[in-house]
Ligand binder design. Structure first.
Ligand SMILES: Cc1cc2nc3c(=O)[nH]c(=O)nc-3n(C[C@H](O)[C@H](O)[C@H](O)COP(=O)(O)OP(=O)(O)OC[C@H]3O[C@@H](n4cnc5c(N)ncnc54)[C@H](O)[C@@H]3O)c2cc1C
Length: 411
């Protein structure tokens, strides 16, 4: 490796890869990021950014900027769709002593990525190469190389460390032989985005979850290009239906009307269909290869935990990697990264996101009644409500990660 070579290569310029680049770059680490797209993607995926994550993004006013371009949402609600009952409402204000951000910020992930990319433009030691696809990985003699297909053909780039942050289909993870165990839900999730104002017309708050034995729904608001904003509705789909059926105008209108009957057809500005998995990589570190974000773990979007977990990975990994590179601390810190972040991915994010889905989709009448009674009772008891919110706001998982010591990592 030459003295001007990057110290850290990053596959993937999504929000997690860019955040790693920024957090490392602002400490003086030389970083090169590769992303196969021509620029930032704007498909409607993550928006919900939880208190624990906002607490980590205070540097350089990033969390404040996210709130400025997004929406501040202190409250979320659970509804029983068949009866139309508001079952429970939770206010993050109860976490005022636990976080500097007792609210969620609904900031679309491309906006978060854009805010980070703007900051990267001021850091000369970070290069972001769009239109560059990582196709191969090789580790040897204290270095790691990637073969990258770009506008000039195939080129090899070498660094001291490689972060795989290129999403669930990570080439870095696959090329490194790291298993991605778990399962895939049979139903795909459809996201239908509409300007129809569910708050003004129906009294739903900007983060509303609907339990229904037929088909649950998440309904939440994003600021989009500015007021009045847009509403995203997320539904499960029937595995027997084709993409054409699900995405057709008739299919989209029928789904929205069945769930939220309205006098006129809905204006639908985006429709997206996602295959959804629950998987965690067998390790987040293999030699000089590190995984973060969806490359390391994927989960269903109910509760909005995937990118939050990825951002928390980025903060933990960048801190430890900078200490290894700049302070010459032991690279066992990176084993600690693996242990801390993989533990909470399994114990919290997988468990909570699966429980969130099961709560909304339960069809057995007794189970449904119990689920809804539990929610009512938790919401009515401030001590239980706080414990519940500590988990949903991902504060409990951050606290758990902080209790995992280096001694527990493999020597
Ligand atoms: C409908 C839906 C709603 C969601 N809502 C939320 C939410 O509210 N809150 C939340 O926390 N999470 C949410 N998520 C999850 C969230 O979208 C993901 O966790 C997040 O995108 C992960 O970010 P990432 O940077 O790890 O990966 P990605 O966003 O997938 O970015 C990876 C990047 O790497 C690039 N890439 C891929 N392969 C290569 C390659 N070989 N070489 C170079 N570049 C490559 C990709 O083009 C992409 O730009 C939601 C997901 C869905 C589907």
């Amino acid at each position: 490796m030459g003295s001007n070579d990057p110290q850290v290569l990053i596959a993937g310029g999504g929000p997690v890869g860019l955040l790693c680049a920024w957090l490392l770059g602002r400490q003086g680490v030389r970083v090169r990021v590769f992303d196969n797209n021509d620029g930032l993607q704007d498909d409607p995926r993550a928006a919900t950014t939880h208190p624990a994550t906002l607490d980590l993004l205070s540097e350089d006013g990033l969390a404040d900027d996210m709130a400025r371009v997004g929406l501040v949402a202190p409250i979320f609600q659970f509804w029983d769709r068949p009866s139309g009952e508001l079952v429970a409402q939770f206010d993050h204000a109860i976490l005022a002593r636990d976080t500097a951000h007792p609210f969620v910020v609904q900031c679309e992930q491309f906006k978060t990525a854009k805010l980070v990319l703007e900051r990267l433009g001021k850091i000369p030691n970070v290069e972001v190469l769009f239109g560059h696809e990582v196709v191969d990985v090789t580790q040897r003699d204290g270095a790691v190389s990637v073969d990258v297909r770009g506008p000039d053909g195939l080129r090899t780039h070498t660094g001291a460390w490689l972060i795989g942050a290129e999403g669930g289909r990570s080439v870095v993870r696959k090329q490194s032989g790291i298993a991605f165990d778990g399962f895939t839900w049979p139903e795909r999730f459809i996201v239908l985005t509409t300007p129809y104002d569910f708050e003004a017309n129906r009294g739903y708050c900007p983060r509303s979850y609907f339990a229904d034995p037929e088909a649950w729904c998440n309904c939440f608001k994003v600021s989009a290009d500015g007021p009045p904003g847009l509403w995203r509705t997320v539904f499960p789909t029937d595995p027997a239906h084709t993409e054409e059926q699900l995405m057709s105008d008739a299919g989209v209108q029928a789904r929205l009307q069945a769930f939220f009957p309205a006098p006129a057809p809905y204006e639908v500005v985006h429709r997206n269909l996602y295959v959804t998995h629950q998987r965690v990589a067998a390790t987040f570190r293999k030699g000089r290869v590190l995984l973060a974000g969806d490359a390391a773990h994927v989960n269903n979007p109910i509760g909005g935990m995937g990118l939050n977990g990825g951002i928390q990975d980025a903060v933990s990994l960048s801190d430890k990697l900078a200490r290894v590179l700049l302070n010459k601390e032991s690279d066992r810190l990176l084993d600690l990264y693996d242990l801390q972040r993989r533990t909470v991915a399994v114990e919290f994010v997988q468990e909570q996101s699966i429980a969130n889905k099961k709560r909304l989709e339960a069809s057995d009448p007794d189970t449904r009644r119990k689920n809804l009674d539990d929610l009512r009772q938790i919401a009515a008891d401030p001590a239980r409500a706080r414990q519940f919110l500590l988990r949903t706001a991902m504060i409990a998982s951050q606290r758990r990660a902080a209790t995992i010591e280096l001694a527990e990592a493999t020597p």
